[in-house]
Design a protein around this ligand. Structure first.
Ligand code: DAH
Length: 324
């Protein structure tokens, strides 16, 4: 019987140990059988044999438990070793991808830089003059309200649109000029379709008075929208912006239902995609330009990206989602 204790001490795995346990205490195990034999003995002999067996059983249990925890410890370490993750290794199948908003901005820049529009950046923190006053946005205009605009302590604000870049560009340059200004803008808005930070691209073209007409604006925007969205219909609706006169909003035929009418286009067949117009003379006066004419336009990049890439929820642009 001592032989089995040696075997237990030399066991290498929990399976081996379990098999040995059966050899000792199973139905036909050595201890079980030995206890069974006791019934054939009598008196002192029986008592002595029973004592011996109990001592052996205790010894067996001690050796077994010791070996069991030793093997468990060893197997746990091996498992940890095998499953260890080296967080400093380069991910093999997960490469970063450019953000859809950046991809869309690049597409837009590609189009306009071919037409010699300069890309201007401007600053995210603006003053009242550049963001509102010079753009002919009157003092009582709701956009100026604390409800809509983030103000800083020192009378500055986070730009609410990219239009102030028009003003900076005209202040720093003589006409003629063509520029686009992509970048982040901020408004106190947060719901399903509005984010407090989003992106716009502003466009501006100015030349001697009479050289630039609404027809030029119409041509370029139609061509641009077809460049981005493919074969869509484009329509201009008259509208109002303080910084342009006349002003228009531009729609494309719905990219999802091809103009048939669906949930995305509210069953109208049309999607509004940008605002534009001929630059208001008050804006030219604010920057000291005389005898010029020009057009301007502004668009929301997230909206373009949602329509182009088929993204259903604006918020997914600003959440961390590692799916490709
Ligand atoms: N600044 C406008 C906005 O944030 C967008 C815009 C509309 C810009 C018409 C323009 C324009 O230059 O002509 O909603």
């Amino acid at each position: 019987m001592q032989g089995i204790l040696e075997k237990i001490k030399n066991a290498k795995s929990s399976q081996e140990l379990e098999a040995l346990k059966v050899e000792v205490t199973g139905k036909r195990g050595v201890i079980t059988l030995a206890f069974g034999e006791l019934k054939n003995l009598n008196g002192e002999e029986k008592k002595q044999k029973a004592q011996e067996l109990n001592l052996f059983k205790q010894e067996y249990e001690r050796v077994f438990e010791e070996k069991k925890s030793e093997i468990e410890q060893k197997e746990l370490l091996e498992k940890l070793q095998k499953e260890k993750i080296d967080v400093s290794l380069l991910a093999q199948n997960h490469f970063g991808k450019p953000h859809y908003v950046n991809l869309m901005i690049e597409k837009i820049i590609d189009y306009f830089s071919l037409l010699n529009f300069e890309v201007c950046e401007g600053s995210l923190v603006e003053d009242d003059f550049h963001n509102f006053e010079a753009l002919n946005i009157p003092k009582f205009h709701p956009a100026r309200d604390m409800q809509d605009t983030f103000y800083t302590k020192d009378q500055k604000l986070l730009r609410t649109h990219t239009s102030p870049v028009q003003i900076h560009t005209m202040q720093g340059k003589k006409p003629p000029l063509r520029m686009i200004a992509p970048g982040a803008v901020f408004r106190r808005d947060y719901d399903l379709t509005h984010s407090p930070m989003f992106h716009q691209v502003e466009g501006l073209m100015v030349d001697e008075k009479g050289k630039i007409s609404f027809a030029n604006l119409k041509f370029i925007l139609e061509d641009f929208l077809k460049y981005i969205f493919g074969e869509v219909k484009v329509r201009f609706r008259s509208s109002f912006f303080p910084f342009t006169e006349p002003s228009a909003e531009v729609d494309i035929s719905c990219v999802f239902c091809k103009g048939e009418g669906c949930r995305v286009c509210s069953h109208t067949g049309w999607l509004e995609v940008l605002g534009c117009g001929m630059v208001n003379d008050n804006v030219f006066s604010a920057v000291g330009y005389e005898n010029v004419s020009g057009y301007a336009f502004g668009l929301g990049v997230e909206r373009f990206a949602m329509l182009y890439y088929g993204v259903g929820d604006l918020r997914s642009f600003f959440e961390v989602d590692l799916r490709g």
